[in-house]
Design a protein around this ligand. Structure first.
Ligand code: ACO
Length: 331
C-alpha cells in the first residue's frame, strides 16, 4: 500500500504587503530585500484571522480535488508554528470548522520542516493500514508577531502568511505515491532560529523583562542558517535519491521550502540542476511561509502544469531546530 497525494489546495490572506510598503515602516529598501532574499511581496493576515481560518479554504479545495467529503477523513494533521491558541492545537479548530467531531486531530510542530515530517508520518499511518484518508494542512499566521520597526528588519522582511493542504490517500497503484522520506535534526543549533519567551523554561507569562529584552520576537543567526541550509538541502536530497537508486535526471521537479531565493539558487547549483526548469520557486510572491511554503509551491507548480500523474517529485525542507528532510514521490 502506498500513500499518494490525491488533492491539493492553498489559501493566502487578501492583504498584500510589498517591499515598497515595508520601506514606509522601517529603514529598508526593495533593493536590499530583493538582492538578499528574492522576495517582492507577501500576504498578511488580518487581525483576528488565525491559521485555522487560512487552513479551511485550502482544506476544502484539497478535499474537492480528491473527491472526498470532510466526513470521509480518518485523520486531520495540522502543521504550524503559530497555533490559533497556545492550547489546543490548530487541528482541533479545523475539526470544528469542518464539522467532523470525533475525527482525530494531530498537530505537527517542526517549524519549516513541518510539511516534510508530516508527510513521513502520514505515509506511516497509510502504509501500516491504520488510516486510508488523511487531510494534512500546513497553515501559518506569523506576521502578527513580526517587529515591523527597523530593529526587526533582519527577519521581518522575510516572512508571510498562508496555508497549503493535501489529501493523502491509500493506493495500490505501484506508479503513484511516496517512495521514501529522510528526516534529520540537529539540536546544537536550536537557538540559532528561535522565539525564546514566553516559555515554560524561562517564564510562562509575558513580563516587562521579556518585552524589554525582545525575547518574545524571533531571533535568527542568518549566516548560520544560510550555511547549513545550502549544505543540508542537497545532502538530504541526494540521500533520498540514493536510497532509491534513482538518478536526479529522473526527477521532474524539486520543490524546496521557500526560505530564501538565494538558498534555492545555491541548492540548485550544488545539485547541478537548472534553477528555472527543475527547481521551483514562488517566494517572490509569498515570502517565507514556514511549513506552508512547500504545499503552496507544490500547488502553484501543479496548477502551472509543471508535472503530471506519474512524474517523480522531490520535496525538501530546512528550518529551525535545525531540522531538515526530503520526500521523493510519484504524483
Ligand atoms: N534592510 C536593510 N538593511 C538590513 C536589513 C533590511 N531588511 N536587515 C539587515 N540589514 C543590514 C544589517 O543591519 C547590516 O548592516 P551593517 O552592515 O550596517 O551592520 C547589513 O544589512 C548586513 O546584515 P547581515 O545580517 O550581515 O546580512 P547578510 O548579508 O547576512 O544577509 C540574510 C542577511 C538575508 C538574513 C542572510 O543571512 C540570509 O540569507 N540568511 C539565510 C536565512 C534565511 O533566509 N532565513 C529564512 C528563515 S529560516 C528558514 O526558513 C530556514
Amino acid at each position: 500500500m502506498r500513500a499518494y497525494i490525491a488533492g491539493i489546495g492553498m489559501h493566502v490572506p487578501e492583504r498584500i504587503v510589498t517591499n515598497a510598503d515595508l520601506e514606509k515602516m522601517m529603514d529598508t529598501t526593495d533593493e536590499w530585500i530583493t538582492e538578499r532574499s528574492g522576495i517582492k511581496e507577501r500576504h498578511y493576515a488580518k487581525p483576528g484571522e488565525g491559521p485555522s481560518d487560512l487552513a479551511l479554504p485550502a482544506a476544502k479545495e484539497a478535499l474537492e480535488m480528491a473527491g472526498l467529503k470532510a466526513e470521509d477523513i480518518d485523520l486531520i494533521m495540522f502543521s504550524t508554528v503559530a497555533s490559533d491558541y497556545m492550547i489546543p492545537g490548530g487541528g482541533c479548530i479545523l475539526n470544528e470548522y469542518l464539522g467532523i467531531p470525533g475525527t482525530p486531530a494531530l498537530d505537527i510542530r517542526v517549524q519549516c520542516s513541518g510539511f516534510i515530517y508530516g508527510l513521513a508520518v502520514a505515509r506511516g499511518f497509510i502504509e501500516s493500514g491504520i488510516y486510508r484518508n488523511i487531510l494534512f494542512v500546513a497553515a501559518e499566521v506569523q506576521t502578527v508577531a513580526l517587529d515591523l520597526r527597523t530593529e526587526g528588519r533582519d527577519t521581518a522582511v522575510l516572512f508571510g502568511d498562508g496555508a497549503g493542504a493535501v489529501v493523502i490517500r491509500a493506493t495500490d497503484d505501484p506508479n503513484r505515491g511516496i517512495l521514501t522520506s529522510k528526516l534529520h535534526a540537529d539540536g546544537r543549533y536550536a537557538r540559532d532560529l528561535m522565539i525564546e519567551a514566553p516559555s515554560t523554561r524561562d517564564n510562562p507569562w509575558l513580563t516587562k523583562e521579556i518585552l524589554d529584552q525582545n525575547k518574545h520576537k524571533i531571533t535568527m543567526n542568518g549566516r548560520n542558517v544560510f550555511k547549513h541550509a545550502v549544505t543540508n538541502f542537497p545532502a538530504v536530497i541526494n540521500e533520498a535519491l540514493e536510497a532509491l537508486h534513482m538518478d536526479k535526471s529522473e526527477v521532474k521537479l524539486v520543490v524546496t521550502h521557500q526560505a530564501n531565493l538565494r538558498i534555492s539558487e545555491a541548492v540548485a547549483k550544488r545539485l547541478e540542476l537548472p534553477m528555472h526548469d527543475v527547481v521551483f520557486s514562488n517566494i517572490q510572491k509569498y515570502g517565507n511561509t514556514t511549513s506552508a511554503s512547500i504545499p503552496i509551491a507544490l500547488y502553484e507548480a501543479f496548477k502551472a502544469g509543471r508535472f503530471t500523474i506519474g512524474d517523480t517529485l522531490v520535496l525538501a525542507s530546512f528550518g529551525s531546530g535545525f531540522t531538515w528532510g526530503a520526500v521523493v514521490l510519484k504524483w
